[in-house]
Design a protein. Structure first.
Length: 331
């Protein structure tokens, strides 16, 4: 198991690669949830390893069927087109997911707000990008924000109070990773889902060696950390941002202003929960290094900003991140 340290997972904004150590590691590469996924488990019995990965893959596929807004048949798509004012029932799993979404929305002061589907659509963030005219921008803003979704936790219902739509981009992957953890129990595993990495089970003492990418060059590792448990999520602009008429449109929006976030580096967050790491990396990207680091410090959140500055990279690290990962050496 100690040989797992040979594993290198490159965490980039959205690309990742894992090189397994000589024969012991069983891996699978798939494309789902609109991104690439690598699943790995150390198991000398290849058949058993493949069965573990099949279980994990099944969890991911089910999560995609429930959460993906690219699928008309998903639960989230059904919620997004449910008649305004009529309660929509969420199943027990989704109800727990929404509780976490609401929790991190409140904790982040609204920097994480997945109910911005209309805003993202107006700026065509998932397409080629567009600069909406002021009336369209105002309409989209007026139809955005979790405040427009009434969540009744005891009945597990959500009621749209306007033409609001959920976008799962900032929490769906993390939630899917948490569901893998619940399904696999003590089996050691690593899943890299579009750059967010979770590990679990009785892992090697040393953990998995994970590289955080250079904030501007996603294919280039910038620094390495040892991941022993939980999840590491990175939000960065370099590979998904769009430029329209010379204006850079970040794929991450500041729900508080209704405009693209202006930070141009990356931020990585470790959290025990994949959903929390996912939501918080997006929230901290929105806040930017100054506000974000203060916020993370005051709450004991493990976060690291990589800030492009004068042709180099400056690291801004919260104490919780340093305590967890020790000495950090960028290159
Ligand atoms: P991530 O790459 O995890 O930071 O997630 C970014 C994705 O989440 C974007 O591509 C959008 O789909 C969505 N998104 C953008 N801004 C926000 C925000 N402030 N809160 C929640 N979701 C967002
Ligand atoms: Mg995120």
């Amino acid at each position: 198991m100690g040989r797992l340290t040979a594993l290198l997972v490159v965490v980039a904004c959205c690309t990742a690669s894992a090189d397994g150590p000589r024969g012991e590691l069983v891996t699978r590469d798939v494309y789902l949830m609109g991104t690439r996924a690598r699943l790995a488990t150390p198991d000398p019995t290849r058949e058993r390893g493949l069965a573990t990965l099949a279980t994990a893959l099944d969890v991911l596929e089910r999560a995609e069927r429930e959460l993906s807004t690219w699928r008309e048949s998903s639960a989230i798509s059904a919620l997004n087109r449910h008649p305004v004012g009529v309660p929509w029932h969420a199943g027990p799993t989704l109800c727990r997911t929404f509780e976490e979404v609401w929790r991190w929305h409140a904790a982040s002061g609204g920097a994480f707000d997945p109910a911005i589907g209309r805003l993202l659509a107006a700026w065509d963030v998932h397409g080629d990008g567009a600069i909406p005219a002021p009336p369209a921008r105002a309409r989209a803003s007026a139809a955005s924000g979790l405040a427009l979704l009434a969540f009744d936790r005891t009945k597990c219902t959500l009621t749209r109070q306007g033409d609001v739509a959920i976008d799962v981009g900032a929490f769906g992957k993390g939630e899917a990773l948490d569901r893998i953890e619940a399904a696999l129990g003590n089996v050691p595993w690593m899943v890299d889902l579009g750059g967010q990495i979770s590990v679990g089970g009785v892992g090697p003492q040393e953990g998995w060696t994970v590289a955080i990418a250079h904030p501007c060059r996603r294919d280039q590792p910038y620094l390495h950390v040892q991941l022993r448990d939980g999840s590491l999520a990175t939000s960065g602009g370099s590979e998904r941002d769009i430029t329209v008429d010379g204006i850079r449109i970040s794929h991450i929006f500041d729900p508080r202003t209704g405009r693209p976030a202006s930070f141009d580096g990356s931020v990585s967050v470790w959290h025990r929960s994949g959903l929390a790491a996912d939501a918080l990396s997006t929230a901290l990207f929105v806040m930017g290094p100054e506000e974000g680091l203060r916020w993370a410090e005051s709450r004991g959140i493990a976060a690291i900003y990589l800030i492009p500055e004068h042709g180099t990279v400056r690291m801004a690290v919260s104490p919780a991140f340093r305590n967890r990962f020790g000495r950090l050496q960028g290159n």
